[in-house]
Design a protein around this ligand. Structure first.
Ligand code: XMP
Length: 325
């Protein structure tokens, strides 16, 4: 498959077109791979999940999925990867809980770029270690999509496996590389993946690491994850999940004084970020009804240990980036 989308290629917008694409790709992948084994870093994001489902259909157990939990996932996400791929799709899935490795390396590291480097570097190390334990892998599958090719050198940076050592280079299998994001979602649905996976918001490779600001501690990371889960639940319930492109909580490394049970209570603030955008280059602020904001504030401050205030970020991009880092 070339890296250029032909002008004649129809935009996949319906289940029928998705089925047709899936049938073609199944044949193509089977022809490329034969009876060899394929390795895939399955992050649980939309693109790698759709590639996994497609390859399971094409080559079943010849696909080995490796899911590395770096301890910086949103609440329930690694569990969902295991449930969907191991339990429902009967995939060959290697699950590695590397939380302790990542969090101990990140201890006392406050500088954003350093944190990113540590997370990216350790991801490659863990993935590489697992890949070496497996015998007879000939191919590496990647969830590269068309915008990745248009915007970069074609290697999906946040998949991180682009940085594997020289002796771990494989032939690539990239079945969705000519698709746009909306098409990947349509294909994912046709493959039977749940909406919670296919309609997922973009999530940075370093995960909650860019939202737990400053040096990450386990207690503040835990508070962030719980507050973020409440935000997502309330956005779902109030019909905002389909209106807002990306929404999450960031928790800075600072405390303020509050009162709880008539006692002084020092806690962190939870910052709500909810933006709309087409391409993530610029972003606008979506209006959230005050009623919903009050309810979210009430839940987070009462249900999440360590948080005593909820703030709303009203800054468009530019000037503010989407993530706080
Ligand atoms: P910023 O913060 O630069 O983010 O306005 C723009 C979009 O990119 C996402 N983002 C990432 N996505 N790997 C990714 O795949 C990353 O390392 C990364 N960092 C930021 C961010 O969530 C937003 O949607």
């Amino acid at each position: 498959m070339s890296n250029v989308r032909p002008d004649t290629m129809v935009r996949i917008t319906t289940p029928e077109l998705a089925e047709q694409f899936i049938a073609e790709q199944v044949k193509e992948v089977q022809a490329q791979v034969g009876d060899k084994k394929v390795l895939l870093a399955l992050s649980g994001g939309v693109d790698s999940s759709v590639v996994a489902a497609l390859l399971i259909k094409a080559i079943g157990k010849q696909l080995v999925c490796v899911h590395v939990n770096h301890g910086l996932m949103r609440k329930g996400e690694s569990e969902e990867v295991i449930e969907v791929f191991r339990n429902q799709l009967d995939a060959n899935l290697v699950y590695i809980d590397a939380t302790d490795r990542f969090l101990s390396l990140l201890e006392n590291v406050a500088e954003p770029e350093k944190k990113r480097k540590i997370i990216g570097g350790e991801f490659i190390k863990v993935f590489d270690e697992e890949a070496r334990k497996l015998e007879g892998i000939s191919f590496l599958a990647q969830g590269t999509i068309y915008p990745d090719i248009l915007e970069s050198d074609g290697v999906k940076a946040h998949h991180n496996v682009g940085g594997l050592p020289e002796d771990m280079q494989f032939e690539l299998v990239e079945p969705v590389k000519l698709l746009y994001k909306d098409e990947v979602r349509v294909v994912g649905k046709a493959l039977g993946l749940p909406s919670s996976m296919v309609d997922r918001q973009p999530f940075p490779g370093p995960g909650l690491g860019v939202r737990c600001l400053g040096a990450i501690t386990r207690d503040r990371l835990h508070a962030l994850r719980e507050a973020d889960a409440i935000l997502r639940e309330e956005f779902d319930k109030n019909g905002l999940a389909t209106k807002v492109w990306q929404y999450f909580i960031a928790v800075p490394d600072m405390k303020s004084v509050g009162v709880k049970d008539d006692k002084r209570y020092e806690g962190w603030p939870a910052i709500i970020r909810a933006v709309n955008t087409k391409d993530a280059m610029t972003a606008t602020i979506e209006e959230i009804p005050y009623e919903v904001l009050h309810h979210i504030t009430d839940r987070i401050t009462h249900e999440v240990d360590g948080i005593n205030r909820v703030l709303l970020d009203l800054t468009p991009k530019p000037i503010g980036t989407i993530e706080w880092e």
